[in-house]
Design a protein around this ligand. Structure first.
Ligand SMILES: [Zn+2]
Length: 351
């Protein structure tokens, strides 16, 4: 039974996380997640970045998760390495596809079919976009803008290379598209929720806002809430959930806020990315301590208690800092002048 009343906790398992795990290791790690965050469901990924989990290993993972009462869905990251020597000339971004190239289109279909064969639901990680500007793409673009070309292209790929081949292999399969947190640039990279909401069964929202001032994206933190609501309005009742990770989440409260704001936006699932980055990670331990206390309250009390907790921690940290600075200053000022000079380079005010 789920630990939380209003949402499921989902762990995202990447192919590199899972490819070498033995049954014993998987059970031990699942015990850890059960203890700290709970694990109602997993998105289990057979393929990412050229890494493909062999069938035997995949079946073992599915069997073990199901034997522990964990719901199992699939996932797919649409990236690939260069498939031919000519692909080295392509101007791609971190292995994202050139969707005008025949070899790459065929390869994508192969990975989609492999995933659909094993799962009745799978989610696309948000590497589905394209920034390719190779000669083939420039020729196919013609006089159109990059936005028009890429949104048309990705809609065609969504339909013909993802959803249709998946449903041909497994008529029961539901395909989910996860949108990234950078909503201001969706169209430039081919994403178009207004078209794709009619192609995919479900959509999904990235809420990994991270440390606003100190991360390169500078995403406003309330976006974990507002983007979820926006996507829900794009496809009412079909926004499957939210997804965030622990990267760039220092102090740890940032990770918690991503979770709180995703939950307040009424996400049906909170997907924690990813298994390998979270196993034995202290952000999980912290989030659980907070969430367990929170779920016993009503929504209003949850909101207040979360807010008060963050304020309390911040206030405590400020007091500690002030006290230590005041104490250092007092000690510094009460030293004889000669010692001050000698110790000048160890003064706290000089660092
Ligand atoms: Zn291209």
């Amino acid at each position: 039974m789920s630990r939380y009343r209003n949402f499921k906790i989902v762990l995202f398992c990447t192919a590199p996380n899972m490819i070498n795990l033995t049954e014993k290791q998987l059970l031990r790690q699942l015990d850890w997640f059960d203890k700290y965050s709970g694990c109602d469901k997993v998105y289990l990924e057979p393929y990412r970045d050229g890494v493909l989990i062999p069938e035997e290993q995949l079946e073992m993972l599915i069997r073990v998760f199901k034997s522990r009462g964990v719901e199992v869905s699939g996932a797919l990251t649409t990236t690939c390495n260069d498939l031919t020597p000519e692909h080295k000339e392509k101007v791609r971004f971190s292995g994202t596809y050139c969707y005008t190239n025949k070899e790459m289109r065929d390869y994508l279909v192969t990975t989609v079919e492999y995933t659909a064969k094993h799962f009745d639901e799978f989610i696309l990680d948000d590497w589905f976009f394209t920034y390719c500007t190779c000669d083939e793409c420039r020729a196919a673009k013609g006089d159109r803008s990059w936005e028009d070309f890429r949104t048309d292209l990705l809609a065609e790929v969504s339909e013909n290379l993802v959803v249709k081949p998946a449903k041909a292999v497994n008529p029961n399969v539901k395909v989910i598209i996860k949108y990234p947190n950078w909503s201001e640039a969706y169209q430039e990279s081919g994403y178009d929720p207004s078209k794709q909401r009619n192609i995919f069964d479900l959509i999904y929202t990235g809420t990994e806002t991270r440390d606003t001032p100190n991360s390169d994206q500078h995403l406003p933190r309330y976006m974990s809430y507002s983007l979820t609501r926006l996507m829900e309005n794009y496809a009412p009742g079909r926004n499957g959930g939210t997804w965030f990770d622990p990267y760039g989440c220092s102090p740890l409260e940032i990770f918690l806020e991503q979770g709180y704001l995703s939950a307040f936006a009424r996400a049906k699932e909170l997907t924690l990315f990813c298994w390998g980055s979270l196993y034995k990670n202290r952000v999980v331990r912290r989030s659980v301590c907070s969430s367990n206390r929170s779920t016993r309250s009503s929504t209003r009390r949850v909101r207040l208690s979360a807010h008060r907790r963050i304020c309390r921690r911040t206030r405590r940290a400020r007091i500690i800092l002030r006290t230590s600075w005041a104490w250092s200053a007092f000690r510094w000022n009460s030293r004889p002048t000669s010692r001050r000079t000698a110790k000048a380079y160890s003064s706290p005010f000089r660092h």
